[in-house]
Design a protein around this ligand. Structure first.
Ligand code: PBG
Length: 342
């Protein structure tokens, strides 16, 4: 058989023309993820000058408040000015109702006060959910028959939000997935004179297996006891669903959310793009602990270039439509950004 290539017309359009050099690629790049769009999550522990590395999150530690402030200072120097604080509650302070959540002297409130005092330009975001405080490892209260109670939990979350605002939080972020919590939090904040504190709602938070390292960091996984649900599937969303994310988004907008979050990040780019198209509010995405851990682990094995993969993941999340990205790699990313643009 004659295998001569038939005479094809020469291409008129050659997309490769715009990929020929770094300079040209720079001109036509569609997405630029600048460090000012990143939020650095910080894990807190009690005490002084403590830095406990988290096994499943290489490069990240539980920090005492003094060290957390140092980390925030370094981040701000690199252009990362927003922090999401999570407290690792001492086991002795955990109760089934998570009552430490409402202690105005708890680690979160003390940390927010200290960070805002040392670094007034920082944006402090606090997490609203009961799991770091609950001996059950759930985001809400649990009935004797093992039901995660919605409305009773929402009352507590609204009080938590006011406490965090009083401590100086700029943004509160309910990550619990109870129904109606955004409205309850908005109402409570306004009644307490905190109308300027914003709500970043975890709008589409999925019942994901990618949260493992985070639960290790806080020792906050659901406990194995009778009448305690083994997972969070009755409140976090089913990973198979996307229309449901639109329902959650409409509710959050109606209830007064200022920013809508999708979580996790990379496996849910379709959800990020969908919400981006459906609302004019800013969209946030959380590149979660398991996503970070996978890249770090493969990097350690020599199987992937971890820095390049981390940057590609974060850029992809931005490309899909996230304005704000929560990531444990914020410092490394910002460092790279400055070096590459120097
Ligand atoms: C809990 C909360 C979780 C994360 C943020 N807030 C874990 C969970 O829902 O069990 C996960 C973050 C991560 O994995 O990086 N309210």
């Amino acid at each position: 058989m004659n295998s001569k290539t038939p005479d094809l017309p020469r291409p008129l359009r050659r997309p490769r023309r715009l990929r020929r050099s770094a300079a040209i690629r720079g001109l036509v790049r569609e997405t630029r993820l600048t460090p000012d769009r990143l939020v650095l999550p910080i894990f807190l522990i009690d005490g002084e000058n403590r830095d406990e590395p988290i096994d499943a999150m290489p490069g990240r530690s539980r920090l005492s408040i003094d060290n957390a402030i140092n980390e925030c200072r370094r981040a701000i120097e690199l252009g990362v000015c927003a922090f999401d604080v999570f407290q690792a509650t001492d086991a002795s302070l955990k109760t089934p109702e998570g009552k430490e959540a409402l202690n105005p002297q708890n680690l979160t409130c003390r940390a927010v006060r200290a960070i805002k005092k040392a670094l007034p330009q920082a944006c402090c975001i606090t997490d609203i959910a009961l799991d770091p405080y609950s001996s059950m490892g759930h985001d809400g209260l649990i009935s004797p028959t093992g039901v995660v109670l919605n409305d009773e939990t929402v009352d507590i979350l609204a009080k938590m939000a006011v406490l965090h605002a009083e401590a100086g939080a700029d943004i509160v972020s309910p990550s619990d997935m109870m129904d109606g919590r955004v409205r309850a939090i908005r109402t409570a904040l306004d009644a307490a004179g905190h109308q300027d504190v914003a709500i970043l709602s975890y709008t589409a938070k999925y019942a994901s297996a990618f949260y493992g390292p985070f639960r290790e960091a806080l020792d906050s996984a659901p406990v194995d006891l009778p009448n305690v649900p083994k997972d969070k599937k009755t409140y976090q969303m089913d990973p198979a669903n996307t229309r449901e994310a639109s329902i959650e988004a409409r509710l959050d907008v109606e209830e007064g959310a200022d920013i809508l979050m999708v979580k996790p990040g990379l496996p849910y780019l379709d959800v990020i793009a969908r919400l981006r198209a459906e609302t004019d509010l800013p969209i946030a995405a959380y590149h979660v602990s398991g996503e970070y851990a996978m890249i770090k682990a493969a990097g350690k094995m020599g199987w992937l270039d971890e820095d390049a993969c981390m940057r590609e993941s974060l850029t992809a999340i931005a490309r899909a439509g996230a304005d704000v990205i929560f990531t444990y790699a914020a410092l490394d990313y910002a460092q790279w950004w400055h070096e590459s643009s120097a």
